[in-house]
Design a protein around this ligand. Structure first.
Ligand code: NAD
Length: 478
């Protein structure tokens, strides 16, 4: 059985303790590989190599760093098929989706920051008889910790700005989906990235993840994952004064007004509800529909959802694949029970599926629930699966209250042709990202992140480069 390796000091190595965790293929529910169960010993070795590599890496020109990162992006493109198949096997997402979205975006992340660093500038502030200029210096060794839902996509979204800014990185991918981070390590060797600049440690969050975040030499932690773990990281980082960027959970509203472009709204809402089995932090899991079109929407949306094919990830006709893990599958099913107990009426789905030949895999039918109030558990807690609720509303004030009623504030989607209303509501919605008449349209230069329990700090473009650098002001009197 294949054993994944850590990537330390430019080499693929086994964990010091020789321990491994099982890695599952969600489409069949069987173990297919093993991932290192690393611990503090591995953190210390990676740290030593990163500290050693830092002065030279920080001293490279932005052009040199940019060229190396572009090389890695080229290698990702060259290995598109292999990476997409690995991502799908690890995560359960359809191969076509990994090929169309996950892997191309991983390459774009590397390419984008390879270019962005060559354009990154600082400020000067003139006084009478003196001038200040600001230097932005890399921090040193930083940690990046990423989740399982968009494995290589979010892994590279963090390491790219960190490396471009001149930091050395110790990255921890999710232990549930580590395969593409491992394959990327191989590509970094091929690209000729200097030893120790980029290290990948695999393993359990509570074990190696916690050791990494606690390590006194880690200057900053960029985390994407659940709000629960984000809180743990904040507790560790605050007394040590480490910089933190936390991208966490969501319970995003999708607000549909009667004057919207109906066909565009309906097809986009299918994606924003169920893409990647609903396991995207930006999915709109609470759908609020203005009453005049509620019945029409309910009928069309239910019909289209019933027609979605759930099947093996390698089948190009599968619109949804498998749920990432058995614990997550059980969590989603338990939420469906809660929804029923709360009086929710399941319009379609609500059950596990057993596609022929893959009966032991973890599949759940895309689910629409109606009849629930905005403040029940189903509408307050993140489910992170192919499950949405639909609710009618009558006024802007009412829907705004519903939309803002959760502890989360990541993104929101608005459907209306009324420009004034769109602008008015965008200002009042508690979210870091608002999409109007679209969803998941991304420009990598824009600030990305959430408010309330969804996030601290922003990623993307210059925000990320600022996070991974420290400002130093120099004042000269003449
Ligand atoms: P998770 O919080 O369980 O794990 C995320 C990462 O943190 C994993 O690599 C894990 O091993 C590690 N980890 C766990 N405990 C740790 C600890 N004590 N110290 C350090 N690291 C630790 O999240 P998940 O289940 O992998 O991912 C799903 C969650 O991620 C959802 O809540 C989803 O909304 C969120 N998410 C947010 C965004 C965003 O941009 N806001 C994007 C994708 C996913």
């Amino acid at each position: 059985m294949q054993q994944i390796k850590n990537f330390i000091n430019g080499e693929l190595v086994t964990p010091q303790n020789g321990q491994y965790l099982d890695l599952y293929d969600p489409s069949t529910g069987t173990v297919y590989a093993q991932v290192p169960d690393s611990d503090l010993k591995d953190v210390n070795i990676a740290m030593e190599s990163a500290i050693k590599a830092f002065p030279n890496w920080a001293a490279t020109s932005t052009t040199e760093r940019s060229a190396l990162m572009t090389k890695i992006a080229d290698l990702i493109d060259k290995n598109l098929d292999r990476l997409a198949e690995a991502e799908s096997l690890d995560n359960g997402k359809p191969i076509w989706l990994a090929k169309k979205v996950d892997i191309p975006r991983a390459s774009s992340n590397m390419r984008f920051f390879a270019q962005a660093i060559t354009q990154f500038s600082t400020q000067a502030h003139e006084m009478s008889g003196a001038i200040n200029y600001t230097l932005r210096e890399p921090l040193g060794v930083v940690a990046t910790i990423s989740p399982w839902n968009l494995p290589l996509y979010l892994f590279t979204w963090k390491i790219a700005p960190a490396l471009a800014a001149g930091n050395c990185v110790i990255a921890k991918p999710s232990e549930v989906t580590p395969m593409t981070a491992f394959l990327l390590s191989e590509l970094c060797i091929e690209a000729g990235l200097p030893k120790g600049v980029f290290n990948v440690l695999h393993g359990d969050g509570i074990k190696v993840g916690a050791e990494l975040t606690k390590h006194p030499k880690i200057k900053a932690i960029s985390f994407t994952g659940s709000t629960r773990v984000g809180k743990e990281i904040a507790k560790v980082a605050a007394p040590a004064f480490k910089k933190i960027s936390l991208e966490m959970g969501g319970k995003n509203p999708n607000i549909i007004f009667a004057d919207c472009n109906y066909d565009k709204m309906l097809s986009t809402t299918m994606r924003s509800s169920f893409a990647n089995q609903g396991q995207i932090c930006l999915c709109g899991s609470r759908i609020f529909v203005e009453r005049p079109i509620y019945d029409r929407f309910k009928k069309d949306f239910t019909e289209k959802t019933k027609a979605l094919k759930v099947g093996h990830p390698s089948d190009p006709t599968s619109k949804l694949g498998a749920i990432v893990s058995k614990p997550h599958y059980d969590k989603i099913l338990s939420h469906l029970e809660i929804a029923k107990e709360e009086g929710g009426h399941i319009l379609t789905g609500g059950i596990p599926l057993h596609p022929e030949g893959y009966e032991e895999g973890w599949y759940i039918a895309p689910t629409i629930i109606e009849g629930l109030s905005h403040d029940c558990r189903t509408n307050q807690e993140e489910i992170f699966g192919p499950v949405v609720t639909i609710m009618p509303f009558d006024t802007e004030e009412e829907v705004l209250l519903y939309a803002n009623s959760t502890e989360y504030g990541l993104s929101a989607t608005l459907w209306t042709e009324n420009l004034s209303r769109a602008n008015r509501l965008s200002k009042q919605i508690h979210a870091g990202i608002v999409w109007i008449n679209t969803w998941l349209l991304r420009d990598l230069r824009t600030p990305f992140g959430g408010v309330k329990s969804s996030g601290v700090g922003r990623e993307g473009g210059n925000e990320a480069l600022r996070f991974f650098t420290e400002a130093k002001n120099v004042c000269i009197q003449y």
